[in-house]
Design a protein around this ligand. Structure first.
Ligand code: ADE
Length: 403
C-alpha cells in the first residue's frame, strides 16, 4: 500500500474531522454495518477520484469495510483536506492527494489511480474515467463498472456513450433524487455561501448577488443568498429555467446588464466564459467573483489577467486584480469551486445521502456483473428510495404508508 500526502503528522487532526463527519452520516453508518457483515466487495480493487474531504474519508472506510482495496486521488487540485488525507494514509487507504497539486501532479495522481488496475472506478467530474478510456485501454477492459458523482461528469460520460466509446457501465449517482435535490441544491447552496463568507467576511444582506445558471446548484445558491437578505439576480440561457427563476421571485437579465450592478457574482452553469471579458470591463469597483461549477472555466481568467495591470493576494483565497480602468475586482479561490477551496465542501448530512448512493451503486454493479451494458445508467429507483427511507428514519421522521 502506497500513499503520498502533505504531512502524516496531521493524521490525529484528520481523525477528529472524520469522526465528526461520521457522527452526521447515519445512512452511511448503517451501510457500513451491512458491508462489514456481508463483505460484498471482498477482493475487489476500487480507484476513487473524489474531493478528499472528511466525508469522502467516511465513504472510503465503508468501501474498505465491504472488503475493497481502496485507492483515493483528488478530483480537484485545491480541494484536498490534508489532515484527512494523512489520517486515511495511516488507516491503510492508499491516498495520493494534497492541497495545491500542480496540473502535472494532479494528472500523475490520476495515472496512479488508473494503474491500480481497478475493478470499479468512482469519479467526480469524469477526469479519471476519461483518462482510463484514452490512455489505458487494457485496464478499461477489466473494469466491471463505475460511478459518477457530478453533473459535469455525467454530461461527459453521456457524450462518450453517444459516440460509442464508453467501455464499461457507469451509474450516474448525480441523477438520483436523493443526490441532486439535496447535495446540488442545499449542499452547494449552503457551502458556497460558507466559502464566500470564510474568504471575505462580507455582509450578504443588502448586496446585489448575481447567480449565473439556474440548475439545481444555482437554485440552492440563489435561495440561500435571498434568505440572507441579498437582492438576487439570476442569469440563464435556458428559457424554461429563466422563467422558473422569474416565478421563484428573482430578477432575471443578461450577464451584460447584471455585470453593471452586481456586488457578488457566482457561476454555476458548467459552461465556459460565462463571465467574459466584456462583463469584467463593466463591473463595479470591488465586485467579488466566485465559481461553484466543477471546473475553473466559467470565469474567463485569461481575460481577467489581460485586463489587469497587477494582482495581489489580500486574504487567504482572495486575489485582488487591479484593472487598467482603475477598478479592483476580487477573485475567490482562483476561480475553482469556492465551497471546497475556501470552506469544507457540502456538509456531512447531505454527503451522507450522496455517498450512500455511491456505496449502494457499487454493490449493485458487483451484483449485476456481466449483465450491464457499457452505458450510463440512473441509480436504480429502489436504491434511491432506500436512501430516502433510511435518512428519514435517522431523522426520526415517520410518514404514512401507501394503502
Ligand atoms: N463535493 C462537495 N462537497 C463535498 C464534500 N464535502 N466531500 C466530497 N465531495 C464533495
Amino acid at each position: 500500500m502506497g500513499f503520498k500526502v502533505k504531512d502524516l503528522n496531521l493524521a490525529d487532526k484528520g481523525n477528529l474531522q472524520i469522526e465528526w463527519a461520521k457522527k452526521h452520516m447515519p445512512v452511511l453508518n448503517i451501510i457500513e454495518e451491512i458491508f462489514r457483515r456481508e463483505e460484498p466487495l471482498k477482493g475487489l480493487k476500487i480507484s476513487a477520484c473524489l474531493h478528499v474531504t472528511k466525508e469522502t474519508a467516511v465513504l472510503a472506510e465503508v468501501l474498505k469495510a465491504g472488503g475493497a482495496d481502496v485507492m483515493l486521488v483528488a478530483s480537484n487540485p485545491l480541494s484536498t483536506q490534508d489532515d484527512v488525507a494523512a489520517a486515511l494514509a495511516k488507516k491503510s487507504i492508499s491516498v495520493y492527494a494534497w492541497r495545491g497539486e500542480t496540473g502535472e501532479e494532479y494528472k500523475e495522481n490520476l495515472r496512479i489511480a488508473a494503474e491500480h488496475s481497478p475493478d470499479i472506478v468512482l469519479d467526480d467530474g469524469g477526469d479519471l474515467h476519461t483518462l482510463i478510456h484514452e490512455e489505458y485501454p487494457d485496464i478499461s477492459r477489466n473494469i466491471i463498472g463505475g460511478t459518477e458523482e457530478t453533473t459535469t461528469g455525467v454530461i461527459r460520460l453521456k457524450a462518450m456513450e453517444r459516440q460509442g466509446v464508453l467501455r464499461y457501465p457507469v451509474i450516474a449517482v448525480n441523477n438520483a433524487y436523493t443526490k441532486y435535490l439535496f447535495d446540488n441544491r442545499y449542499g452547494t447552496g449552503q457551502s458556497t455561501i460558507d466559502g464566500i463568507l470564510r474568504a471575505t467576511n462580507i455582509l450578504i444582506a443588502g448586496k446585489t448577488f448575481v447567480v449565473a445558471g439556474y440548475g439545481w446548484v444555482g437554485r440552492g445558491i440563489a435561495l440561500r443568498a435571498k434568505g440572507m437578505g441579498a437582492n438576487v439576480i439570476v442569469t440563464e440561457v435556458n428559457p424554461t429555467r429563466a422563467l422558473e427563476a422569474v416565478m421563484d421571485g428573482f430578477k432575471v437579465m443578461p450577464m451584460r446588464e447584471a455585470a453593471k450592478v452586481g456586488d457578488i457574482f457566482v457561476t454555476a452553469t458548467g459552461n465556459i466564459n460565462v463571465i467574459d471579458k466584456e462583463h469584467l470591463q463593466l463591473m463595479k469597483d470591488g465586485a467579488i467573483l466566485a465559481n461553484a461549477g466543477h471546473f475553473n472555466v466559467e470565469i474567463n481568467l485569461k481575460a481577467l489577467e489581460e485586463l489587469s495591470i497587477s494582482k495581489r493576494k489580500v486574504r487567504p483565497n482572495v486575489e485582488e486584480y487591479m484593472l487598467k480602468n482603475g477598478k479592483k475586482l476580487y477573485l475567490l479561490a482562483e476561480g475553482r469551486l469556492v465551497n471546497l477551496v475556501a470552506a469544507e465542501g457540502h456538509p456531512s448530512e447531505v454527503m451522507d445521502m450522496s455517498f450512500a448512493n455511491q456505496a449502494l451503486s457499487v454493490k449493485y454493479i458487483i451484483e449485476h456483473k456481466g449483465k450491464l451494458k457499457a452505458r450510463v445508467y440512473n441509480v436504480p429507483e429502489e436504491i434511491d428510495m432506500k436512501v430516502a427511507e433510511l435518512k428519514l428514519k435517522a431523522m426520526n421522521i415517520e410518514i404514512d404508508n401507501k394503502i
